[in-house]
Design a protein around this ligand. Structure first.
Ligand SMILES: C[S@@+](CC[C@H](N)C(=O)[O-])C[C@H]1O[C@@H](n2cnc3c(N)ncnc32)[C@H](O)[C@@H]1O
Length: 194
């Protein structure tokens, strides 16, 4: 997706409520764990704002400068925000109790996905929560060779170090955030690190 498309995506999604899956993930974190959450590919930053409003430290990672500028304009020099503008391929993920990756890590090139996934899952504390989406092999974008798609078996294999709390597979035609329909194949995942 080009930068212009992300800009439009941020326009359309900025100000929406935090995603339900993310909120359920947040509510599933063991209250004894440190109040530190990460949002990988945070986009318009709605989930980051939620974490900050709950008094958590939020680690916000996105490749797009514009995403960072928009988030800063909303929160200013917020002490609880660690803003990292970088591709997740190049980041060492800080340790977290909650890691959200909403519609974000399928944009990782397949050559890097395994390594990114290992670092990402290693950064989640034992008992911590991963929540987010992976895309399935039947998705209309699956001919995009710079993105990564998974079968259900591959998804469960990626989650071998986790207790799966939710794994919903969604397939069908519906709208995109920026307009037009596409065929979606999505895995909605919430899992607790073992
Ligand atoms: C579809 S948006 C999702 C935004 C938000 N998480 C949500 O649920 O609405 C994907 C985001 O991932 C970011 N992104 C894509 N590839 C990335 C990469 N390799 N490293 C870091 N961020 C990336 C994009 O800049 C964009 O903000």
């Amino acid at each position: 997706m080009s930068d212009d498309r992300w800009s439009k995506y941020y326009d359309v999604t900025g100000g929406r409520e935090p995603r339900d899956l993310f909120v359920r993930g947040f509510e599933s974190v063991d209250p004894l764990l440190p109040k530190i959450g990460a949002d990988i590919g945070f986009g318009a930053g709605n989930e980051v704002l939620f974490l900050l409003n709950q008094g958590w430290k939020a680690i916000a990672i996105d490749a797009e400068n514009e995403a960072g500028e928009r988030l800063r304009s909303k929160v200013g020099e917020e002490a609880n925000l660690e803003l990292i503008i970088s591709k997740y391929e190049n980041v060492s993920f800080p340790s977290t109790s909650l890691l959200h990756a909403g519609y974000a890590i399928p944009f990782c090139h397949p050559d890097h996905f395994e390594e990114v996934w290992q670092r990402l899952s290693n950064s989640i504390s034992t008992g911590g929560i991963f929540c987010g989406q992976l895309f399935g092999v039947n998705d209309a974008w699956s001919d995009n060779e710079s993105m990564t798609f998974h079968s259900r078996d591959q998804v469960t294999s990626l989650l071998s170090g986790f207790e799966i709390l939710e794994l919903e597979e969604e397939e069908g035609t519906k709208g995109t955030a920026t307009g037009g329909d596409k065929y979606w194949h999505i895995f909605h995942i919430m899992a607790r690190k073992l």
